[in-house]
Design a protein around this ligand. Structure first.
Ligand code: IPM
Ligand code: MG
Length: 393
């Protein structure tokens, strides 16, 4: 192919991406106000098991959730729906990150508790499909990925507001090889997309007595998109005069998270998608591992709650899935409870997880037969909740 033809073909593909992204911007601008779940007569909770260790850990987390919401369920105030078909096998058969019927089922729920789903890497399978998480975040416009990390004994209390639909992920599966020698990907920032995540971080800070919000970018190098994020951050920060707004680059921030003299200063973070992905794994590791951290994916209309880790195919291959630690998805379940207005139950579950996570070796999951099984750990959490609930009355 001549160079002109190669460039013309690439321009054509790039043009299509621009149309798609502009359409997305229109949709963001048209999105209505937040749906207030607390005023609904009934909240529908979808439970998606996912792949690998997902069905096991999510099944146990749903069991604990159901235990906490037993009265509400009996009174018809909440309904659980199991959504079974979001599996890697199904996605490969239909060639889509979310099978059609499954997307409808998800949209029929107000909130979803989701187990990890296997993300194929380019070349792993004959077809290249997008990650189910990423697709769900986009389809349901779940723009805020909220990831709390707390280590009280180290004075760490961080809440990350990771932008969830843009950055390197917006067209992460739509980059292309221009010719055999040149491959190109794109990163995206929009005004409204940046504003809404940054505002969410500042609102959270204001409503929770936090005094600092930190933007993390690489705006010195990635000048246009990260530059836009930072400019918007500075503008919005002016609306919150009582809150210190500071700026860090992602590279030095990864170092500062392990700097004991500095890290206690940070409280709330606002970051573009990929930096948020990376930094929250590091932060979770400081808390005890990615298996200990839950996350909320929030949009104006829908919300999805999940572990921050993957489906652990290695554990499954080694027959260890019954020993998988469900803490992260249980943390996500606690966030779900708070989101639908069950704050007392959220508190009970969070306290129980704080307590049980420090249990002795036989009671906690180690991922191996020397620890508890997923179901045993769930029993331990349930017993602890029931003890706390009795103490309350
Ligand atoms: C996460 C995960 C996902 C992401 C993967 C599974 C696509 O790492 O939720 O952080 O990159 O967002
Ligand atoms: Mg990640």
């Amino acid at each position: 192919m001549t160079r002109e033809l190669e460039v013309a073909a690439a321009k054509e593909r790039f043009g299509q991406l621009l149309y798609e992204q502009l359409k997305r911007v229109d949709a963001i601008n048209a999105a209505k106000e937040f749906v207030d779940l607390e005023s609904l007569p009934k909240v529908i909770i979808g439970v998606v098991g996912g792949d690998g260790i997902g069905p096991s850990i999510t099944g146990q987390a749903a069991r604990v959730l159901r235990y906490l919401l037993a009265d509400a369920e009996a009174a018809g105030k909440v309904e659980f729906r199991i959504i079974e078909n979001l599996t890697i096998e199904n996605r490969l058969v239909c060639g889509k990150p979310i099978p059609d019927g499954c997307l409808d089922s998800l949209k029929a729920c107000h909130v979803v508790l989701k187990g990890p789903t296997t993300t194929p890497q380019a070349g792993d399978y004959p077809i290249n499909i997008e990650s189910a998480n990423v697709a769900m975040r986009k389809e349901l416009d779940l723009f805020a990925n909220v990831r709390p990390v707390r280590v009280p004994e180290l004075g760490i209390d961080w809440t990350f507001f990771r932008e969830n639909t843009e950055g390197a992920y917006a067209v992460g599966s739509s980059g292309f090889d221009v010719n055999g020698d040149l491959a190109i990907d794109f990163t995206v920032a929009t005004t409204e997309g940046s504003e809404r995540i940054i505002r969410a971080a500042f609102e959270y800070a204001r409503n929770n007595g936090k005094t600092r919000v930190t933007a993390v970018t690489k705006a010195n190098v990635v000048k246009t998109t990260d530059g836009k994020f930072l400019t918007i951050f500075r503008r919005i920060a002016k609306e919150y005069p009582g809150i210190t707004a500071d700026e860090w680059y992602i590279d030095i921030m990864t170092a500062k998270l392990i700097d004991d003299d500095r890290r206690r200063d940070f409280q709330v973070f606002a970051l573009p998608n990929l930096y948020g992905d990376i930094l929250t794994d590091e932060a979770a590791q400081i808390q005890g591992g990615v298996g200990t951290a839950g996350s909320a994916n929030l949009g104006k209309r829908y919300a999805m709650f999940e572990a921050i880790h993957g489906s652990a195919p290695r554990m499954v291959a080694e027959g260890r899935e019954i020993y998988a630690d469900p803490s992260s998805v249980m943390r996500a379940a606690a966030m779900l409870l708070g989101h639908i207005g069950y704050r007392g139950e959220q508190e009970l579950l969070s306290r129980a997880l704080d307590h049980c996570g420090r249990g002795d070796r036989g009671k906690v999951c180690t991922g191996r037969p020397n620890g508890a099984t997923t179901a045993e750990f769930a029993d331990y959490v349930t017993r602890t909740i029931s003890r706390y609930a009795e103490e309350r009355v």
